[in-house]
Design a binder for this molecule. Structure first.
Ligand code: BGC
Length: 732
């Protein structure tokens, strides 16, 4: 017996290296993740490590042979792919190659821009913010994650958290508007929606907060430009949404294209390492934006590719999106002693950590289900319609022009957007297809079937000078009881590289409206855009205006429902509409001027046309007085602010209460007011409900200085709701 035991022990000892090779610790799903990474790092060569830090784009191509040949070129050791195909089988084939043909079998992480939906396209993020409905936003991200996961995606480059400052910059469409708190709140909703309870679950994908940092201040709204931004502004305006997203568990971050006051975002050690990693404790990884490592040369901080790689890597960018700079240059930078091996290991550790959290080592493949079960499910389309409806903002409604009266039996439906199924998806439409989109025309036909006759005329194109369609538009208008004009922007007029020198609609569209005004019929403008518009002239011509944004797959029925009154609009602007383009920058949380009552532009009113928070309803609300549980508060206490809101109209509505705080005197001047909390509730006709905001001094009354240190000063503060402003005092 003893002999048998001894020979068994001997056998195991002699073959230990073989066993270790057969089943190394990183493959043990029960071992702690960090130990699995230690083990894997110890087994990897430098070349394998550097390949993990590399991302390629895998082209969208309908020809299967071609796709396969591209697939053959994908190195099985590659860290990540931007996967533009919708075919889960291709994804699984590529993954199989990584799992079976690479020495260590490390799975690839497949990313894609799932920005506002994948195949079911939801409204653009700017619109979503106007819904003030964080639950709907979270659910839309879960649906997007599910559709994307079933198509082979593990990772989305979303949400975008660049606080809007200049509507000429086309990418305001992709973010949640002009307020840091709103951006932070929707960031949390989006991260939870994409990532679910745990990344290891099916149908969840990793989020990526972008574009870190200060990108929306690109000078003059020109994309990719310099951002002249102070540390004070970075800390109080641009960082809070990212910090909130990190605290919500976002797996990854993308470094921006912009140059932050002389140090580009993709070479910025302060933002990427000191703040993001050291201060906020982010333990996932940073991916550069497309080409932003190479761009360091164009920006004048690197003389060649090798130096751009060195700068980006040492600043804290772990993955190189499509540039191949890391693969080509990091090995020699290590050999020359310019990049420590320990830094390479730390970077690869972060990438592997996310792959382990996603469960990719255990479950590298996605389920392959039939397309009709993958996309556009009934309940997902209903969600898309609801979010579109809640995002739309009734800007103006003179003499209750809307909803349309049921006595109107003839409606003129005019404008370049009426039959469009492309532009209303907005930019970054994911894998959205025009044939899935319910056009406004289709939505109206369904809505008014048997109730009113629709008279269509295009009137004019989006731009150009051709007025020959005006006559038909006028004819349609003359035979109708009301004139509804669908105007707007093409989808590539906003989004990336979609900057415009003016935010007015092209003159031809305004001319069409001016011509239709002469008919004397009730005139309703339905506007679709990826940014706030200059409406100073159109506002005077229209009786009613609705901002539809770019509402996505189900926008047509949502817009039709608002016209008919089936849907009571509840959106409120998450971004200010200036009077004119020249009034930019203008946002509600500006700082006080030295002379608050003068200094504004002489040729236009002082205020913008529509402030942040503006949005009408088909019902009316009356706000009772704001009540505070105490008018003094000590630093360790909390007080409750309450306001009772009554629906004084005749139909149910959803009212969002926005709670602001103003700190009139501080050592570092504060914005005129700052949003601190919001809540949306349904109130039935004739009923009332109480909205509550618990004021926490450290969270709601303190501010950060230019080093990110928080200060809480005693003295007077105000809580603001609607047109009320109530004072309270903070004591020691
Ligand atoms: C954009 C990013 C996007 C990336 C990948 C870049 O050009 O700036 O927002 O995620 O491309 O498609």
């Amino acid at each position: 017996m003893q002999k048998v035991v001894t020979s068994c022990i001997l056998f195991f000892l002699l073959n230990a290296p073989l066993f270790a090779q057969i089943s190394p610790r990183y493959k043990d799903k029960n071992a702690p993740v960090e130990e699995r990474i230690d083990n894997l790092l110890a087994l990897m060569t430098l070349e394998e490590k550097v390949l993990q830090m590399n991302q390629w784009a895998y082209g969208h191509n309908a020809n299967p042979n071609n796709i396969e040949s591209i697939m053959r070129e994908v190195r099985p050791e590659i860290g990540s792919l931007i996967f533009r195909s919708t075919n889960p089988e291709y994804r699984n084939q590529i993954q199989k190659k990584a799992m079976e043909e690479s020495r260590l079998g490390i799975p690839i992480i497949c990313g894609f821009d799932v920005i506002h939906g994948y195949r079911t396209v939801f409204p653009i993020p700017l619109a979503q913010a106007c819904s003030w409905n964080t639950d709907l936003v979270k659910q839309s991200c879960s649906v997007a994650a599910k559709e994307a996961w079933l198509s082979g995606i593990d990772w989305t480059f979303s949400p975008m958290l660049d606080v809007a400052r200049d509507a000429r910059w086309g990418r305001v469409a992709e973010g949640y508007g002009e307020d840091p708190y709103a951006n932070a709140t929707f960031a949390i909703a989006a991260v939870h929606g994409y990532q679910g309870d745990t990344l290891a679950n099916k149908y969840t994908i990793a989020a990526c907060l972008k574009h870190y940092l200060g990108y929306s201040l690109s000078e003059g709204g020109r994309d990719y430009h310099y951002s002249d931004v102070s540390n004070q502004t970075l800390w109080e305006t641009f960082m809070p949404p990212f910090e909130a997203g990190i605290k919500a568990g976002a797996a990854t971050v993308m470094s921006g294209f912009n140059d932050i006051a002389g140090v580009p975002a993709s070479a910025n050690h302060f933002t990427l390492t000191e703040v993001l990693k050291n201060r906020w404790g982010h333990d996932g990884f940073v991916v550069s934006d497309w080409g932003s490592v190479k761009n360091l040369i164009d920006q004048g901080v690197a003389k060649d590719l090798k130096e751009s790689g060195l700068k980006a890597f040492m600043a804290g960018v772990e993955m190189d999106m499509v540039d191949n700079v890391y693969v080509d240059h990091l090995p020699s930078l290590v050999a020359e002693g310019k990049v420590p091996m320990s830094s390479i290991d730390e970077a690869v550790r972060r990438i592997l950590r996310i792959k382990f959290r996603l469960g990719l080592f255990e479950n590298p493949y996605v389920d392959v289900v039939a397309e009709e079960k993958r996309y556009l499910q009934k309940e997902d389309l209903q969600l898309a319609e609801q979010l579109a409806a809640e995002s739309m903002v009734l800007l103006k409604n003179e003499k209750e022009t809307l909803p349309l009266k049921s006595s109107f039996k003839n409606l003129a439906i005019i404008g370049p957007m009426v039959k469009d199924s492309v532009h209303i998806m907005g930019s970054w439409e994911g894998q959205g297809r025009p044939q899935d989109v319910e056009t406004l025309w289709a939505g109206l036909n369904k809505e008014f079937k048997g109730k009113a006759k629709l008279h269509y005329a295009q009137g004019c194109d989006y731009d150009g000078e051709d007025t020959t369609g005006f006559a038909a538009a006028l004819a349609a208008a003359y035979q109708s009881d009301a004139v509804i004009v669908f105007l707007g922007e093409k989808r590539n007029w906003s989004g990336e590289n979609g900057s415009r020198s003016t935010i007015a609609l092209p003159h031809i569209q305004e001319q069409l409206v001016a011509a239709l005004r002469k008919t004397g019929k009730p005139l309703i403008l339905m506007l679709s855009s990826g940014r706030p518009l200059e409406l100073i002239r159109l506002n005077k011509l229209a009786d009613a205006m609705v901002e539809l944004w770019q509402p996505g797959t189900c926008g047509g029925s949502a817009a039709a429902g608002i016209l008919s009154g089936r849907i009571n609009p509840s959106g409120k602007l998450a971004i200010t509409f200036p009077q004119t383009t020249g009034q930019i920058p203008i946002y509600y949380n500006m700082r006080q001027s030295a002379r608050p009552y003068s200094g504004h532009y002489q040729d236009i009113p002082r205020d913008p046309l529509y402030w942040f928070g503006h949005g009408l309803s088909y019902t009316t609300y009356s706000y009772g007085p704001v009540h505070l549980s105490s008018t003094t508060i000590s630093k360790a206490q909390r007080i409750i602010a309450e306001v009772e809101v009554t629906n004084t109209g005749t139909r149910a509505g959803k009212e969002t209460v926005l709670w602001f705080i103003a700190d009139p005197v501080a050592n570092i001047s504060r914005p005129m007011k700052e949003l601190k909390f919001f809540e949306k509730k349904t109130i039935n006709a004739g009923e009332k409900t109480i909205y509550r905001f618990e004021i926490d001094p450290i969270r709601d009354l303190s501010y950060v200085d230019s080093n990110g240190t928080r200060h809480l000063e005693t003295g007077d503060y105000f809580v603001l709701v609607n047109d009320q402003k109530v004072k309270f005092e903070l004591i020691e």
